[in-house]
Design a protein around this ligand. Sequence first.
Ligand code: PMP
Length: 402
Amino acid sequence: MNIDLKSQFPALNQEFEGYPLCYLDTAATSQKPQSVIDAMSNFYQHSNANVHRAAHRLSARATQAFEAVREKVAEFINAGQNAEVIFTSGTTHSINLLAWGLTPRLAADEVILIDSAAHHANIVPWQELARRSGATVIPIPLRQDLTLDEQAFLTLLQTHKVKIVALCHVSNVLGTINDIAALAEQAHRYGALVAVDGAQAVAHHKVDVQALGCDFYSFSGHKMYGPAGVGILWGRFIQLDRLTPLMTGGEMIDTVSFSGTTYGQLPNRLEAGTPAIADVIGLGAAIDFMRSLPAAAFAHEQQMLIQLRSRLEALPGILVYGNPHQQSGAVAFNLSGEHHQDIGILLDQQGVAVRCGHHCAQPLMQLMQISGCCRASVGIYTTQQDIDRFIHAMQDAIELLA
Ligand code: PMP
């Protein structure tokens, strides 16, 4: 790739005891380009005021910048209208907001289907919803290759009163991609609502919520080159409008008196309190950054992932998990007979940053019959040198532990 993207990310330009940082933990959080850092800093230096409330021009400037990001997000994901974009603090908040909001609509004899590869953020809020409503949670089985079993999914839809289907777009552990459009179409045929966790998808794929055909889509700014502290819940207007607000207070009301309160309109109805204004501005800059990237940058990232996987698979004693034909962003692996944490520590000694553990997906670990694994994940700034360094450090770890 000719364009030098890495130099735009200041945090990537550092060393650990003489080893340049080799950052392969983008699935946990991406690094931030200078343009995002500058946008947030500029906001605080020149435009900081609370949004939506004051008569003064500084507040009008902050509000305009804030609402412009809502419009940018709506365009970015092809939302039907700006009011379908709800600012949250991240995917976890988005799914909690959604699961709480659906409480009055779920009956005790109904079922919530959850992707077995889901992140805990896309499991626990649904379990809580089931506890509140008496509904049942059923995991959607995976095939041998750890992809979602569409046949089993169909059978569950046919045999249960399914109200909600909670899917991940891309698995944060395996990087496997679900065919959301096909799954959503099927779920809708049986009258279920489809909620998608897009935390691991937005940085790697063009997301078009209307083409995906789901009802709700959640993601986090910090996984797509933006800041932590901001995320999005998108939903079809008609569905969002029926959600019971999780948070109440300022910003979300129409009128308040001690004899009763009425709520305002979307999107404010689901955005009580002062939002993370500068983080929203940073998210806008991250979207600008992503839109400025040529298609070649994403093709390069995919190439790095494919190469990482195939070279890893060629190493002795390495177990690579998941289906290589449907993969994005991350590769999960273990070294036979060794603890995943030991691998992580040995890699770190050479400045190579990967993630080790259960990756907030304990049900998936239980299915895989492992206590945890390592995960190497890439971004648009990952270079050939990073992959070479990773493979070299893995070879050293294998030799040392032999
Ligand atoms: N879902 C998936 C698939 C994720 O990877 C993550 C973050 N690891 C989350 C949800 C939770 O995101 P956040 O911590 O930004 O709320």
